[in-house]
Design a protein around this ligand. Structure first.
Ligand SMILES: [Fe+2]
Length: 294
């Protein structure tokens, strides 16, 4: 197995591994360490049934079931479909067929976000819908001092209601999900538990503001951090091929999908796992009514 940087980016490609086969503890540990440092790992040319995708994901943490049950596989509910395919009634079989194109971090609206994401490309139109990833470790390391000192002490408001308003295609399911997901607070900066480096934690489309700041001021700070964090040197653009498996650590990355042609079928399968805060950056959380930790 080899783990090498992709072009000049922070993302790494892993070769010489068949992800459908069980991982040895040593291989799993090597991949886990690389993932928690680099944020994005890419595996090309994989053939994965849903059972195999879940088994591979489980090597890194406990699988999570997201709030949108209507996007889940009927055979393996740990797997959700990201697709514009329609069922016989004309209803999308999965989520985000044409939506979710702005920078975000999966599950940031949750009290205990499951921060490990795996996305497997089953059917993908060529040259469409690339996914970009931004590295918030690099972004934090290069923040101007004024911005850094603001970010260091800020807690952001993360709101599912705010996020889902942008891509609401099923009001009923979305209302159910909203009821399960009250607003939460996370610090904007975290440290890697083993190595100590800092990284931003951010989700512009999910954050209506910053705790303790007037809304316009909070939004302006979020906007400024996003603009800094998504500059080309901190971004890896993944051009999908069928059979790609991409895993990313939402604890210190953002991602967004590029433009799609909705008439061309697209199907990806995603799993999400709960990463260990001893090994990965996992955001701290407070509820809005809770006091700051001492
Ligand atoms: Fe996402």
């Amino acid at each position: 197995m080899q783990i090498l940087p992709i072009a000049d980016s922070f993302a790494h490609e892993v070769t010489g591994i068949d992800c459908s086969q069980p991982l040895s503890p040593e291989t799993a540990r090597t991949l886990q360490q690389a993932w928690s440092q680099h944020g994005v790992l890419v595996f090309r040319g994989q053939l994965l049934e849903e059972d195999a995708l879940v088994r591979f994901s489980e090597a890194f943490g406990e699988p999570d079931r997201i709030v949108r049950e209507d996007w889940a596989s009927k055979q393996r509910p740990e797997v959700i479909y990201i697709s514009n395919l329609l069922d016989r009634n004309g209803t999308a079989i999965g989520g985000l067929g044409a939506g979710e194109i702005t920078w975000h971090s999966d599950q940031s609206y949750q009290k205990n976000p499951a921060t490990g994401s795996f996305l497997y490309g089953v059917e993908i139109p060529k040259d469409h819908g690339a996914t970009e990833f931004a590295n918030l470790r690099l972004a934090y390391a290069t923040l101007p001092p004024m911005l850094k000192s603001l970010a260091d002490r800020a807690w952001g408001v993360f709101s599912y209601a705010h996020r889902s308003a942008a891509y609401d295609e099923s009001p009923e399911a979305s209302a159910k999900a909203r009821a399960k997901s009250p607003d939460v607070l996370h610090p904007l900066v975290h440290q890697h538990p083993k190595e100590g480096w800092g990284a931003l934690y951010l989700d512009p489309g999910t954050m209506p503001g910053i705790e303790g700041l007037p809304q316009a001021e909070g939004r302006a700070l979020i906007q400024e951090l996003q603009e800094h964090a998504t500059q080309p040197p901190f971004v890896y653009r993944h051009e999908w091929r069928m059979g790609d498996l991409v895993m990313w650590d939402n604890g210190f990355t953002l991602h967004r999908r590029g433009h799609l042609d909705p008439t061309r079928p697209r199907l990806l399968k995603r799993t999400t796992v709960r990463l260990s805060p001893d090994l990965h950056i996992v955001p701290q959380t407070r509820m809005p009514e809770e006091a700051l930790p001492a």
